[in-house]
Design a protein around this ligand. Sequence first.
Ligand code: HEC
Length: 131
Amino acid sequence: MRKIFLFLTLGALLSACEDPEPPTGRALFMTNCVACHGDDGKGDGWVAAGLKRKPADLTTIARRNGGEFPLAEVLSTIDGFHRQTFPDSAMPEFGYLFQGPIDQVDVGDGIMTPVPQPLLAVAEYLRSIQE
Ligand code: HEC
């Protein structure tokens, strides 16, 4: 009986490997961002207290930007392109981690920009939690 169970479990694991579901933006957020930004994105994750610079409240990005979600800026903050503006940033660079198939996206300036899907998924998740 136990052998059968083991076999079934292995089968499930193997089929999971063959058909990888790309992780959702929310899943990527829960794995990589909540330590600092908190489960709800408000900036009170468990390592936030120890940081010199408080993690941003990610639910008010649009509100702080005149009601507009600044997709291009958010993408480059996560990716690490903003390093020159914040050389001492406590916010890690995720560009390498979020590589993947490329989508062409209009990030707000009318010009199509190549963006890796996992990076876009996280940014779209942030858009979805705006207050
Ligand atoms: C080690 C802590 C830490 C982790 C992990 C982290 N961040 Fe941050 N983040 C910060 C800090 C601190 C800031 C505040 C600005 C700065 O220092 O650059 C910030 C700022 C941001 C901003 C800019 C917000 C604004 O108001 O413009 C975005 C967007 C952001 N983080 C998204 C993410 C995402 C998405 C993840 C996960 C993929 C993540 N962060 C993981 C610490 C972190």
